[in-house]
Write a protein that binds this ligand. Structure first.
Ligand code: F6P
Ligand code: MG
Length: 448
């Protein structure tokens, strides 16, 4: 069940794998240690302090393992539902492999799992999230785009008085195009790549205005927006799933989109799939989910905002919370999402999850990492059609329609004509990791 192309590995110096495994991961881990030290300095109970010191020791060991390119060892049994999956994969495929010669996707995920283990085997700090401060901080510095969206979308959607069915459909299609792109470019604020962002950097990444969207649409190298609309507008009161990526601003954009999917009548139920613990720096955990809704409702994150802006944010949070209460929005966190498996293995290694997703009318995978997992993170030629590149997730019996929405931040690119990628390779160094380009691809699945 593998694609015919080789997976990227840390020793491939021509790929982003090399820089990530050699430089970015140690930097990210160093920042995680700094965060934990800060917590240590704020703690007053001796038992907790001693326990946290041991977590820091384990992080230091992990840093040594990264620097010395150690052989990957099994994950300690901390009671998490994913331990068996991890150790099965290590024993079966990656025994004796190290950080640099194991497939990049696996080795990078393994590092985040080992980071979680530093805390999960402690007494008092099992759920500690070394990235939580960073995630909250970036959202609170995103005020311009946050209010741009809330002031426009807080009031319930309504059609122009007297609009006929055709006009209503046309208007719905326009909103669909705009909000899908808002949801796409929300993925640009991924904290694993953006260390030390200024307010200006954040603002330019998050511009959501119409003109800006029209200008950036040409950077969507594979663009199935029209096909997705053709599928979606036939769905009435259906179920849509979001396999989430990053917390804070991206999650906020996803929720604005999901809110419209409910109000438009397309969906009656949205399932959001998050991570069980801190993952690839900024991915959504349950704590991030609750934090977003509650800080929109009760927080004072934006001291310079006007009363009208704050009221719009609260109005939206109130509606979103009501969706949760009525069961229209459901937050879930299957252990499979935090393993090193690609989604080529989803049907076989997590058959319960696959069956669950199979009931959806559309599964939207957000972000670069999910895209790497869908496509096996391998060196597929760029003209490979998206549904071929995702293997069993498009061909397995019962496979639901799947969409991948991602700003391109790593090597793998599919669904794009060869001449386009060749030209970019020649003219624009670093285009595969800059996040300037994007992908919106649809696989129709096998359900009739
Ligand atoms: O470390 C590289 C990576 O795994 C890439 O997939 C991407 O650059 C980043 O981390 C995560 O991006 P995203 O949050 O969009 O999945
Ligand atoms: Mg992410």
């Amino acid at each position: 069940n593998n694609p015919p192309w080789p997976a990227y590995r840390g020793y491939h110096e021509y790929s982003f794998a090399h820089e990530t495994m050699g430089k970015r991961l140690p930097t990210i881990l160093g920042k995680a240690i700094d965060d934990t030290m800060r917590t240590l300095n704020e703690e007053h109970e001796e038992g907790k302090i001693k326990d946290l010191l041991q977590c820091i020791e384990r992080m230091t060991q992990l840093m040594d393992d990264l620097h010395s390119n150690a052989t990957l060892r099994v994950i300690k049994d901390d009671g998490e539902g994913d331990v068996a999956l991890w150790n099965k994969e290590i024993a079966r495929f990656f025994k004796g492999k190290n950080f640099m010669n194991a497939p990049w996707l696996f080795a990078e995920a393994y590092k985040y799992r080992r980071l979680h283990e530093c805390f999960s085997i402690s007494t008092y700090w099992k759920d500690y999230d070394v990235f939580f401060r960073q995630k909250c901080d970036t959202f609170s510095r995103s005020s311009t785009a946050v209010f741009e969206l809330s002031t426009r979308f807080a009031d319930p959607f309504h059609h122009e008085a007297g609009a006929n069915e055709e006009e209503k459909l046309k208007a719905a299609k326009l909103v669909f195009h705009e909000l899908t792109q808002v949801c796409l470019w929300g993925n640009a604020t991924d904290l694993s790549l953006l260390i030390n962002m200024t307010e200006e950097d954040i603002k330019s990444l998050q511009s959501t205005g119409g003109e800006h969207l029209a200008e950036t649409e040409k950077n969507i190298l594979c663009n199935d927006l029209d096909k997705i609309w053709d599928h979606l507008h036939t769905v009435k009161g259906g179920r849509i799933d979001f396999v989430l990526d990053n917390a804070g601003f991206e999650l906020y954009c996803d929720c604005v989109y999901a809110d419209w999917l409910i109000q438009s009548g397309i969906a009656n139920e949205i399932h959001f799939h998050g991570k069980r613990f801190a993952w690839f720096v900024s991915d959504v955990t349950h704590k991030d989910w609750s934090w977003l809704l509650n800080s929109m409702m009760y927080g004072s994150l934006f001291p310079n905002a006007s009363d009208a802006e704050l009221a719009s944010l609260r109005a939206m949070a109130k509606r979103w919370k009501s969706y949760e209460q009525t069961g229209q929005w459901v937050y879930e966190q299957h252990p499979f999402w935090c393993t090193g498996y690609t989604f080529w293995s989803l049907p076989s290694e997590a058959p319960d999850l696959f069956q669950h997703l199979a009931d959806s009318d559309l599964v939207i995978f957000k972000g670069d990492l999910n895209h790497r997992k869908l496509t096996y993170d391998c060196q597929a030629p760029s003209q490979t059609p998206f549904d071929v590149a995702i293997g069993p997730m498009s061909s397995e019996e019962g496979a639901p329609p799947v969409v991948s929405i991602r700003t391109i931040k790593s090597d793998v690119v599919v669904g794009v004509p060869e001449e386009v990628t060749k030209k970019l390779d020649k003219d624009e160094e670093g285009w595969r990791i800059s996040g300037r380009y994007a992908f919106i691809g649809l696989s129709e699945g096998t359900k009739t």
